[in-house]
Design a protein around this ligand. Structure first.
Ligand code: PLP
Length: 478
């Protein structure tokens, strides 16, 4: 697409929206301006390509398409079939998976599809078998009762939240924590790393139906070969949620033992983080689970979003181009440059560094909570998010950590020199922020004091850092 075409496309779209509700058009334009100006270090965000964004804004949004390619409950889905088949084909080729299900609307949904598929495959329930053989009318009330009892209360072993696991891996605020009897494995308190012997021990004791690997805030690679051996040793199904690092798998930075696809029975992901696609989810699996996975809609999903599947097809096609591997490698190089820059300036990092796209700063070394640090950085034009650290004394709300990630800034083109400059800005803000007090003079975990002149100066330097790397350079909204 030529630069002119991108500008014309986005300008025209806004003009049409402005004709109906100008405030929405203004908010969309303001969002682009905000994103252009902020130093975005949120590890789970990125900037999708104009082609990916544009593939979403069209009449595919109007179609219902329950079912799967060629087997729909609605008529007239031939074009939806085309984009869904394309997205699945790109996903299979990109990740070397035998089956790809591209309908999930988000990462949570992809995980629910996977949980359902595993339960349906693994739980010995005569009532469930009848239901699946479409003999629903033969099921008595007692059968349904048995089915609910048998499917509920199954065991899941996943990474603990404060070690970097995700809510959807069996934690109480998520439905998975209410469906499953969950136990978690943490990390070694001395190193911050996964201790595979401890995971094996927990698996032997707990005998989970599902062993989950994957994380939102663990800054290291996971050895999926070892995790699979652990799962096999206790007869568990091994599931990997690669939502955060799918881009590193796609770009072949994570290969061999660190590529989940050959080792897991089932892999879930989001498509919008390091993979740089539209907001959405996906499930990859082998033939054994494919039929159950394809029942995702209507089992746990609403009707598929054909416009988003079209955008997934575009983004996955982009990820299959040679340049994506270079992008993925630069994400990791940048994270390491950022980690080195912070360590040289005296910051404490969980695990002492990174080998993926994210860095977790333990801000208690600066005398701050995660919440204070997050806000002080935000005041200074640096967008991050607070996160628990292992055995966090400040809990999940205030936390003691700041999670930073490089997928977005790497998309803009920033490199090692800018990462070092970013480390300097972060260190300046954190070292010059002090904890504040509440109205009664008591120490507060939320209030903080930062000289506005420091925040302003850092904000200006952050903006200067971004100037040579314009976001969506071809898009001029006039
Ligand atoms: N799984 C992991 C590991 C995640 O980090 C996230 C999101 O942060 C999700 C699942 C959920 O993704 P979504 O927000 O798209 O539902």
């Amino acid at each position: 697409m030529s630069r002119n075409a991108e500008s014309t496309a986005f300008r025209s779209a806004l003009e049409v929206v402005r004709g109906v509700e100008p405030r929405v058009a203004d908010a969309i334009a303001a969002e682009l301006a905000d994103q252009r100006e902020s130093l975005k270090l949120i590890a789970s965000e990125n900037y999708a390509s104009p082609a990916t964004l544009l593939a979403m804004g069209n009449w595919f949004s109007d179609k219902y398409a329950e079912g799967t390619v060629g087997r729909r409950f609605y008529a007239g889905c031939q074009n939806v079939d085309t984009v869904e088949a394309l997205a699945a084909e790109h996903a299979r080729e990109l990740f070397g998976a035998s089956h790809a299900y591209v309908q999930p609307h988000s990462g949570i949904d992809a995980n629910l599809v996977a949980f359902w598929a595993i339960l349906a495959d693994r739980v010995e329930s005569p009532a469930l078998r009848k239901a699946q053989a479409r003999q629903v009318n033969d099921l008595t009330e007692a059968d349904w009762f048995a089915l609910r009892r048998e499917l509920g209360n199954q065991r899941m072993l996943g990474m603990s939240l404060d070690a970097g696991g995700h809510l959807t891996h069996g934690f109480r605020p998520n439905i998975s924590g209410k469906m499953f009897d969950q136990r978690s494995y943490g990390t070694d308190p001395a190193t911050g790393l996964i201790d595979y012997d401890r995971v094996a021990e927990a698996a032997r004791e707990f005998k989970p139906l599902i062993l989950v690997a994957g994380y939102s805030a663990y800054p290291r690679k996971v050895n999926f070969r070892i995790m699979r051996e652990i799962a096999d040793s206790v007869g568990a199904t091994f599931m990997v949620d690669m939502a955060h690092f799918a881009g590193l798998v796609a770009g072949k930075v994570f290969t061999g033992d660190f590529d989940p696809v050959p080792h897991a029975h089932i892999v879930t992901t989001t498509t919008h983080k390091s993979l740089r696609g539209p907001r959405g989810g996906m499930v990859l699996c082998g033939p054994e689970l494919a039929d159950q996975v394809d029942r995702g809609c209507p089992m746990v999903l609403g009707g598929p979003l054909p416009h988003v599947m079209a955008a997934k097809a575009v983004a996955l096609a982009e990820a299959r181009r040679p340049g994506f591997a270079d992008y993925a490698q630069r994400i990791v190089d940048n994270a390491q440059a950022l980690a080195d820059g912070l360590l040289r300036r005296g910051a404490t990092l969980v695990t002492g560094g990174t080998d993926n796209h994210l860095v977790l700063i333990d801000v208690s070394g600066y005398g701050l909570t995660g919440r204070q640090a997050e806000q002080a950085l935000l005041d200074s034009g640096i967008v991050t998010n607070r996160n628990s650290v292992p055995q966090d004394p400040n809990g999940a709300w205030y936390t003691s950590g700041i999670r930073i990630g490089t997928p977005a800034l790497t998309t803009r083109g920033l490199g090692a020199a800018e990462m070092d400059a970013t480390a300097e800005l972060i260190h300046t803000v954190l070292s010059q922020t002090t904890p504040g007090t509440g109205p009664d003079g008591a120490p507060s975990k939320a209030k903080y004091v930062l000289d506005p002149a420091v925040a302003e100066s850092v904000g200006k330097q952050a903006a200067d850092l971004l100037t040579p790397f314009p976001l969506y350079p071809a898009v001029d909204l006039g």
